[in-house]
Design a protein around this ligand. Structure first.
Ligand code: AMP
Ligand code: ZN
Ligand code: FE
Ligand code: FE
Length: 271
């Protein structure tokens, strides 16, 4: 019996670890099936596939898509799609370009506020992945403009703050169509994060999402049980992962969520 962690971030999105560190740590925690689910990109997969294989770790192509549903931000995990699929590649590339322009717009606003950080540094911190507010926040901390990433969000980068710029998102229908066409499956990430989540999750399943992430540090046992039952009755399956971001979040969660491989047959059978 092998264990899986299907929700991990690296510095290709808002995590701090390298893909290699993630593979090593996962292995250390007895995890043999790993999905690096960076936001809106699959850079880590290509970077670390040969290394993961050499370490006897099964690497699942994955990404966490920033979606929009009824005005709320929803994260949908995509798994086991063809990572070379041209449409996915093209769509994610366009999406990242929009994110880059947004990143630079935030840098400009910060300049106008007299806070000097360089576009190049933000780009470097994003490491070719999906540029976002965490990278801008880290550049601000480096230059001593704020004391912490949290302060950067509270004073400057959070919604309604002076350097906040809206982000582009996928429509759920579009994400479902794109991933299914590339042979993959989708799972609602951390279902309890969304307002009115019981209704929303149900609607997402009806819209074609294949699974619910019922094992996650933020999903308590009661919600986990409830969503497992829901998945079963709707003919869907369940996924899980630690959603580790390295040192970017207060707690490092890698190793705290391990799910057994027999739960994720619909993913493994697609590899
Ligand atoms: P973005 O996708 O560029 O809008 O950035 C969103 C990411 O910023 C989230 O995935 C979090 O990792 C991070 N984030 C949001 N709010 C905070 C906060 N208050 N402190 C630290 N990180 C945050
Ligand atoms: Zn994240
Ligand atoms: Fe998420
Ligand atoms: Fe995540």
């Amino acid at each position: 019996m092998r264990f899986a962690d299907l929700h991990l971030h690296t510095y290709h999105s808002d995590g701090t670890r390298s893909p290699r560190e993630v593979i090593d740590l996962a292995k250390h925690h007895g995890i043999g099936i790993v999905a690096i689910s960076d936001h809106d990109n699959v850079a880590a997969f290509f970077e670390i596939k040969p290394y993961a294989e050499a370490q006897d770790v099964t690497l699942v192509p994955a990404t966490e898509l920033s979606c929009e549903y009824g005005g709320t931000d929803i994260h949908i995990l995509a798994y086991a799609f063809n990572p070379l699929d041209e449409r996915i590649d093209e769509r994610l590339r366009r999406f990242r370009e929009v994110r880059h322009r947004r990143g630079f717009e935030m840098v400009e606003r910060l300049h106008e506020l007299g806070l000097d950080i360089s576009q190049e540094r933000v780009e470097e911190l994003a490491a070719g992945g999906a540029m976002g507010r965490p990278h801008v926040a880290r550049a601000l901390v480096e230059r001593g403009h704020v004391a912490s990433i949290n302060e950067a969000f509270e004073k400057l980068l959070g919604p309604g703050m002076p350097a906040y710029v809206e982000k582009a998102r996928f429509r759920v229908e579009e994400a479902v169509e794109l991933v299914h066409a590339a042979g993959g499956v989708l799972s609602v990430a951390h279902p309890v994060h969304y307002p009115d989540h019981e209704r929303v999750v149900l609607e997402l399943l009806d819209a074609g999402v294949d699974a619910i992430e019922v094992f996650h540090p933020d999903v308590d046992e009661e919600s986990s049980d409830r969503y497992r039952t829901l998945a079963r009755f709707r003919g869907k399956f369940v996924t899980g992962g630690s959603d580790d971001h390295g040192a970017a979040k207060e707690v490092e969660t890698i190793g705290t969520v391990r799910i057994s491989e027999n739960l994720i047959e619909p993913i493994l059978s697609r590899l």
